[in-house]
Design a protein around this ligand. Structure first.
Ligand code: ADP
Length: 627
């Protein structure tokens, strides 16, 4: 029989499973039961609309069989089963169970994070088994197949005899070692307690055979009595009373359903009645999924109709800015055989989505208010999405999102909300000031930042590229407009200072004109600065497009051949010694003035973090001045 190889990624995952990084090897049972339950769900769902299935709800079950002599543990279901191709595709390659993009960095820490994020699934069987056999017959097919593997060396697939549809997974347990007693998984009490712990809510009965020892009147053991027992309570977690549930119950449910190894940062369990009646169980992950900010990430909530899953991922239930939320909604208002297309139009779904949005927002606002540190941690994972949310909707979602935003600011090391910023605004302060740059440190050293700080105004520090774009569509916060410190009309001067600079500008009008000509169309204007304290020069933007927006837009690959240009002004500090130097050059050596102007312009670019058009020319110019 041909031995087939696992896909490379699967092989690596298998290796990790075998040399288990998990201290909780016992979760393999939860994973296999969960798969069995999904397979039954699929067939049960089919049976609701297709009478030819000929099965009712009570016919479905998951059976756990422990054979102490053979040292095998079998998990059997009568669900949808797998065809030969499905066995091959689903178990031969991991890519099937989610887009597992293994990073090149293969340190254990990193890998375990990735594993945690997509769930360990079927492969976890190899944590406890030296050989795994999967025997399966797809519903509607008359052939059954057996998949067998001892781990990384590959697997075999062969036809086999199996009368009924469904799947059985036979684990030949590893031999006991000093550290690990694999044989405990054959113990009926152990099995029952694991099922209770991890899989109690599974909607189909999980059965096993239990033995009772009978005793005679003298207390001597007589015959063994065997009976089939259903272990799980089968009530879905979300239908249970909140007061009966502990964080552990939610966490374990979350781990099982959503395959996240890390416990959630928060959960929301709500029951809603009224225009829409539903139960919802939502989770906020504590780590950013590795593909969260990529196009591969798929948002959505599971959708149930009266306890039956009708859609694995209903996108319409979540707005993009809350796409990190995982969970499910169960509503009796939805019809079972509603199609995907119809769902999108469904009024009920829209109402549920609207209500959920409010619930999520309230939960986050509460966290922000009462558990600031937790919120900041959450925000560092997913906050960027809020800014995209504001920007992409052209501000339509501003009211939902504006109070969830956090920014660094010149006030201190801690992040601030817009509300907090406004509460600290000085008397007579008209604007919410902000400055953009790659990092807080860089922003703090911006020439224009000095004066704003000097005047006692707080500045928001925009370090994410999307920040300024989001703020531009936000326009104002509760009536307070935003102003960039590189805006042409920053307006920080006192009336006397204004008068003084006006005069100085008038006096140097011709020189500025000359300097502007020396720079050609690189700048719109050269002028006296009203925003500089000790730095000699800076750039500011005249139009609606700021320097930082120009930087961001031009760095996007899709804009490679349609570069935008912010209207720039080169500003000179009138009280810096360079200014008198320029003036004297204007009278004595215009060629040199032209050179100086170019140098100053390039310096300003460097300070702003904008790349220099012609570094070689700049370098030659500096050298010329040195010799
Ligand atoms: P996941 O459950 O996250 O998709 P798994 O590795 O656990 O990943 O399983 C891979 C796939 O194998 C499942 O998506 C499913 O299609 C199939 N599968 C696993 N177990 C069963 C089963 N008992 N019956 C039918 N299909 C199964």
């Amino acid at each position: 029989m041909e031995q087939k190889q696992f896909k490379a990624e699967s092989k690596r995952l298998l290796e990790m499973m075998i040399n288990s990084i998990y201290t909780h090897k016992e979760i393999f049972l939860r994973e296999l039961i969960s798969n069995a339950s999904d397979a039954i769900d699929k067939l049960y769902f089919k049976s609701l609309t297709d009478t030819s299935v000929g099965m009712s709800r009570d016919d479905f079950e998951i059976f756990i069989d422990a054979d102490k002599d053979a040292k095998t543990l079998t998990i059997r279901d009568n669900g949808i089963g797998m065809t030969k191709e499905e066995l091959e595709n689903n178990l031969g390659t991991i890519a099937q169970s989610g887009s597992l993009a293994f990073k090149t960095n293969n340190e254990l820490g990193e890998d375990s994070q990735i594993i945690g994020q997509f769930g360990v699934g079927f492969y976890s069987a190899f944590m406890v088994a030296k050989e795994v056999t999967v025997r399966s017959k797809a519903f509607g097919s008359d052939e059954a197949f057996e998949w067998k593997s001892e781990g990384v060396d590959g697997y075999t697939i062969d036809s086999c005899d199996k009368p009924d549809h469904g799947t059985e997974i036979i684990l030949a347990l590893k031999d006991d070692t000093d550290d690990e007693k694999y044989s405990k998984y054959l113990d009926q009490y152990q099995i029952q307690s694991l099922v209770k712990k991890y899989s109690d809510y599974i909607r189909f009965p999980i059965k096993t055979e239990v033995e009772h020892q009978h005793y005679d009147d003298e207390g001597n053991p007589t015959e063994m009595h065997k009976e089939i027992k259903t272990i799980n309570s089968m009530v879905p977690l979300w239908k249970k009373n909140k007061s009966e549930l502990k964080d552990d119950d939610y966490n374990s449910f979350y781990a099982d359903k959503f395959g996240d190894y890390f416990p959630p940062a928060a959960h929301i369990h709500t029951h809603n009645e009224g225009v829409a009646t539903y139960d919802a169980l939502l989770f906020i992950p504590s780590k950013t999924p590795f593909d969260y900010y990529s196009k591969d990430f798929e948002k959505g909530l599971q959708l149930y109709s009266s306890g039956v899953m009708i859609m694995e991922r209903c996108e319409d239930l979540l707005p993009d800015y809350f796409s990190f939320v995982k969970g499910l909604v169960d509503s009796e208002d939805l019809s079972l055989n509603i199609s995907r297309e119809m769902l999108q139009q469904d009024k009920q779904v829209k109402i549920i989505a609207k209500t959920l949005e409010k619930t999520i927002k309230n939960e986050l606002s509460k966290m922000l208010k009462n558990e600031r540190e937790k919120y900041e941690e959450f925000y560092s994972n997913f906050g960027l999405q809020f800014k995209f949310g504001i920007y992409q909707s052209y501000g339509a979602n501003r009211d939902i999102l504006k109070d969830l935003l956090l920014f660094n600011s010149s006030f201190g090391d801690k992040k601030t909300t817009l509300e907090e910023y406004v509460s600290r605004m000085k008397e007579g302060q008209e604007y919410i000031y902000y400055a953009c740059g790659d990092s807080v440190k860089r922003i703090e050293s911006l020439p224009a930042a000095e004066l704003v700080k000097d005047k006692g105004y707080e500045m928001l520090y925009f370090t994410d590229e999307v920040d300024e774009f989001a703020i531009k569509v936000l326009i104002d916060y509760n009536g307070k407009k935003f102003k960039s410190i590189t805006d042409s009309d920053l307006d920080l001067e006192t009336p006397e200072e204004k008068e003084e600079s006006k005069k100085q500008s008038e006096d140097s009008k011709d020189m500025f004109g000359f300097m502007k000509d020396a720079l050609g169309d690189k700048v719109k204007e050269v002028r006296l600065s009203s925003r500089l304290k000790s730095a000699p020069v800076c750039l500011s933007s005249n139009g609606p497009l700021s320097l930082d927006m120009e930087k961001v837009l031009n760095s996007m690959p899709q804009n490679a051949d349609k570069q935008v240009k912010a209207e720039k002004a080169l500003e000179i500090n009138g009280s810096h010694p360079i200014f008198s130097k320029l003036k004297s050059l204007y009278d004595s050596d215009k060629d040199m003035l032209a050179k100086y102007t170019k140098l100053l312009y390039n310096q300003a670019l460097l300070i702003e973090g904008i790349s220099i058009d012609d570094p070689v020319e700049l370098s030659n110019m500096i050298c010329d001045l040195m010799i």
